[in-house]
Each structure stands twice: as structure tokens, then as C-alpha cells.
Design a protein around this ligand. Structure first.
Ligand SMILES: Nc1ncnc2c1ncn2[C@@H]1O[C@H](COP(=O)(O)OP(=O)(O)OP(=O)(O)O)[C@@H](O)[C@H]1O
Length: 263
């Protein structure tokens, strides 16, 4: 199995301060990783490197076998699907949900309809259906709720049939029902052997979808632990990661954490 992502001693330094410090991490084909860590730990920065939008200050990063710095990132990016909050503000609000997903395949040029292919439309509809958005295809993107926009964004990220899917806090800001629905859908995707390698960032172990196999725990830009979830997600590691005593529970494929009284 080859690696879709390989970081070796990666540091990202801004204003003399390390946002990531000597991070070494590899994601193999077909693996499903979750990244957890407190606010400011460096999770988004790590995803920015993994999506080729940020180059390491030190160390090396290879994405889909291509080393950052010696590859044309514009050729690489269509092979990576990304869904994060930053994208929500960049997408045209007046475009329909269907077109929002379709434009991932054509780029956001004014003339994309000239290259229109019915097969692409079928794929976009299929993905929207998978994410529970079938009834919203004709709605304007800007009129959707946050949960609906997030599901649209994931369908859009899958449109180019990426080899690597990166999700930055997909369930943040959703109510309990929305969160459970999204976690269930991501769990179904994770269990599809044809789905790409997946990396999902979250603050909450409750949001780890069933079927996710690996976890990377990060704090202050450093990797605390990384490996198979069953071995790595321990109360000790989680407490260290978030800097407070925590207990963990695992039932029916789902995790939950609870704080212990201090003192
Ligand atoms: N361009 C930048 N210049 C300076 N500092 C930055 C820059 N971008 C991010 N940071 C800082 O780097 C640290 C890591 O940020 P990052 O967004 O990666 O954390 P995170 O783990 O995703 O946090 P959160 O859970 O709050 O989203 C933070 O302290 C942030 O303020």
C-alpha cells in the first residue's frame, strides 16, 4: 500500500514561532484518519500542508507521491478534495446547490456550461443524494442552513473523484441532530472501499465516525500520538492532549469523553 501523504520532520514557522514542529506522519491509501487537538494546536495548519496550500518551512511533505516544492500544485489540487469553513465564504451564494457541486469539476470560470457533460450532472446528483441533499439541488447555495452548506461542500469535494479527502471540522456548529446525521453519512463513506483516503479534523471524539481507523493527536504544533484508534485513543493520551483529566467510553463504534473532577 503506498502513502497518499507523507510528512517528514515538517515545521511551519511564522513570525519566528513554530505552528507545526517536526511533524512526521504518513497516511496510506484507503486509511481514514481523524486529527484531534485543542484550539490553536495546529490542526488547520496541518491540513493546509496536506492540501498543498502551505509549504513547510523545514522538512518535506509529499502528497500523492509528489514532493511539495517540486510539483505543479495546480495539477495536484484536483486530486485532493477539501471541505473546510474557509471555502463556505468563497462559493457564490446565488449559484444553485447542483451547480455548486458541478463547478468543482469545471473550475469556477464563467464558461463552464460550454463543457457541460450529462455524466457529470449524474455524478453530482448521486453525491448530493449520498449527503442527504437530493431535495435541495435547485436551491441557491446562499439560502442553505449551515448543516446543509457543509453537506454540499463535502459533495463538492468528492466531485473530482479525489484520491485524498480532507475535512476540517465538518460537524462544527451543527445541532445534535445535524451532527449525528453527518457522522452517520461520513461513517458510511468511510466504510466504502472505493472512497478516497480520508482525514478529518475535530475537537470532539464524539464526532469520530465509525469506520475511521487512525488518529493523530496534536498539541502546540507537536504530534503527541499517532496510530490505530484502538491503541492510540486512550484516556491518558486524550487527557495529555487537552490538558485536563478525561475518561473515555466506546460503545457501538462511537466514542465519548467526559471530564473528571479536578483536584
Ligand atoms: N498566518 C499565521 N501567522 C501567525 N500565526 C498563525 C497563522 N496562522 C495560524 N496561526 C496560529 O497558529 C496556531 C495554530 O493555528 P491552527 O488554525 O492551525 O490551529 P487549530 O488547531 O486548527 O485551531 P482551532 O481548533 O482553534 O481551529 C494558532 O495559534 C494560530 O493563531
Amino acid at each position: 500500500m503506498s502513502d497518499v501523504l507523507e510528512l517528514v520532520d515538517v515545521s511551519v514557522i511564522r513570525d519566528g514561532r513554530p505552528l507545526l514542529e517536526q511533524v512526521s506522519w504518513a497516511v496510506a491509501e484507503g486509511e481514514r484518519w481523524v486529527i484531534v487537538g485543542p484550539n490553536g494546536a495546529g490542526k488547520t495548519t496541518l491540513l493546509q500542508v496536506a492540501s498543498s496550500y502551505l509549504f513547510p518551512s523545514q522538512g518535506t511533505a509529499a502528497i500523492l507521491g509528489e514532493k511539495l516544492g517540486s510539483v505543479d500544485v495546480f495539477e495536484l489540487r484536483p486530486r485532493i478534495g477539501t471541505a473546510g469553513a474557509a471555502m463556505l465564504d468563497r462559493l457564490p451564494k446565488r449559484q444553485t446547490v447542483l451547480d455548486t457541486v458541478l463547478t468543482a469539476a469545471y473550475g469556477m470560470t464563467a464558461h463552464w456550461r460550454e463543457q457541460y457533460d450529462q455524466t457529470d450532472e449524474s455524478r453530482a446528483r448521486l453525491l448530493l443524494d449520498l449527503l442527504g441533499m437530493a431535495e435541495f439541488t435547485d436551491r441557491k447555495f446562499g439560502t442553505l442552513s449551515e448543516g446543509e452548506r457543509k453537506r454540499t461542500l463535502i459533495a463538492r469535494a468528492l466531485m473530482t473523484d479525489p484520491e485524498l479527502l480532507l475535512l476540517d471540522e465538518p460537524a462544527a456548529g451543527l445541532d445534535l441532530g445535524g451532527r449525528e446525521d453527518l457522522v452517520r453519512r461520513l461513517g458510511a463513506l468511510a466504510q466504502d472501499p472505493n472512497a478516497p483516503a480520508m482525514v478529518m479534523v475535530t475537537h470532539h471524539v464524539e464526532e469520530i465516525p465509525p469506520g475511521f481507523s487512525h488518529i493523530l493527536m496534536i498539541r502546540q504544533g507537536r504530534v503527541l500520538a499517532a496510530g490505530p484508534i484502538q491503541e492510540t485513543l486512550t484516556p491518558r493520551n486524550l487527557s495529555h492532549c487537552f490538558g485536563l483529566p478525561l475518561t473515555l467510553d466506546h460503545q457501538d463504534g462511537r466514542w465519548s469523553a467526559r471530564g473528571l473532577p479536578l483536584g
